[in-house]
Write a protein that binds this ligand. Structure first.
Ligand code: ATP
Length: 302
């Protein structure tokens, strides 16, 4: 049995001369919450659009539930709920029409769940989609994505436009419930505290390349900030080996290590330096360390 809901292998995509994805490989296991992180233009939406079969691979491959989403849209899309970045919804419909229209596409549509989501999101059934605020539109889009209880829920920047209460309490709870039911959530975001709170696994995408793909606990426990003092001044300390980021000059340097404490101690001894401190890092700092400056070599671990 295929334990991966999504498998992407060496996916490349250019828009004209612009390289959006430069050999992305990614495996999303079944069950749990997978956060796809990246700054503006990193390639997140392009990955999600390939997953939905909205873009065909120029090279490389994409498999969702073991199927090619471009060749078999019926087999894949029926099992996917999708909230697009632009919250594309038919403007001319009222909310109750949007609900019945969406229901027609999905045999598994759960009308009671749809109604409870409509109440939770405080959406007036008579309101026209075109009259909704940005946040209300995001809520309506979420309702449509959720109410057929998809095996894979894909959310492109789900927090965008949502107020803090909906974002933190309601969206967070929905995402966790889906994961607890054994289904899979794949979402893109650049809100790192939110990702740290809800995701079990993450991938960091930077300039069309995967910089890191691992379980959240491994990411957090696997990175440390190390303050070092060299006995002789050092003019240049390029990141290499366990060191993935460096800042400083002369005797004192602040480094980011991707290694356990024993390896850090051994490396520092080899450098004939002194450790001033070793501190844990949050996802925000890890993200900056992994994406600052030039693209790093791909470091896929999971
Ligand atoms: P954001 O967080 O800003 O939405 P993203 O990580 O989702 O960004 P993408 O939308 O996938 O990034 O874009 C990746 C790159 O491809 C960007 O440089 C973008 O300008 C470019 N790109 C995306 N779609 C198109 C398109 N239809 N035509 C030309 N270039 C595009």
């Amino acid at each position: 049995m295929n334990q991966h809901i999504l498998e992407i292998h060496d996916l490349k995509r250019s828009y004209g001369k612009k390289v959006a994805l430069d050999g992305v490989s990614l495996s999303v296991p079944a069950g749990g919450v997978f956060g796809l992180l990246g700054g503006n233009g990193a390639g997140k939406t392009t990955v999600l659009r390939h997953t939905l079969g909205l873009l065909a691979a120029q090279s490389g491959s994409v498999r969702v539930f073991g199927l090619d989403p471009v060749a078999d849209p019926v087999g894949t899309l029926a099992r996917i709920g999708y909230l697009s970045e632009n919250r594309d919804l038919p403007d001319w419909m009222r909310i109750h029409q949007l609900i019945s229209y969406s229901q027609a596409f999905y045999p598994n549509w759960d009308p009671d769940y749809a109604e409870s989501l409509r109440n939770l999101f405080e959406l007036d059934p008579k309101a026209f989609v075109r009259s909704l605020s940005r946040g209300q539109r995001a809520r309506a889009g979420l309702l449509v994505a959720l109410a057929h209880r998809p095996d894979l829920l894909i959310l492109d920047e789900p927090s965008s436009g949502l107020d803090p209460v909906v974002r933190r309490d309601i969206l967070g709870a929905i995402i966790r419930t889906i994961a607890d039911e054994g289904r899979t959530v794949l979402f893109s975001s650049h809100l790192l505290d939110e990702v740290e709170r809800v995701a079990d696994r993450i991938a960091i995408l930077h300039q069309g390349r995967i910089q890191l793909c691992a379980r959240m606990d491994q990411v957090l426990s696997g990175h440390s900030r190390v303050q070092l003092r060299f006995s002789s001044a050092v003019s240049h300390f390029p990141p290499a080996g366990i060191w993935i980021h460096s800042e400083g000059s002369g005797h004192d340097w602040s480094l980011v290590a991707e290694a356990g404490i024993e390896n850090i101690r051994a490396e520092v001894a080899r450098l004939q330096a002194e450790i001033l401190s070793v501190d844990p890092m949050n996802l925000d700092d890890i993200f900056v360390a992994r994406t600052a400056g030039k693209p790093l070599a791909a470091g896929v671990r999971a």
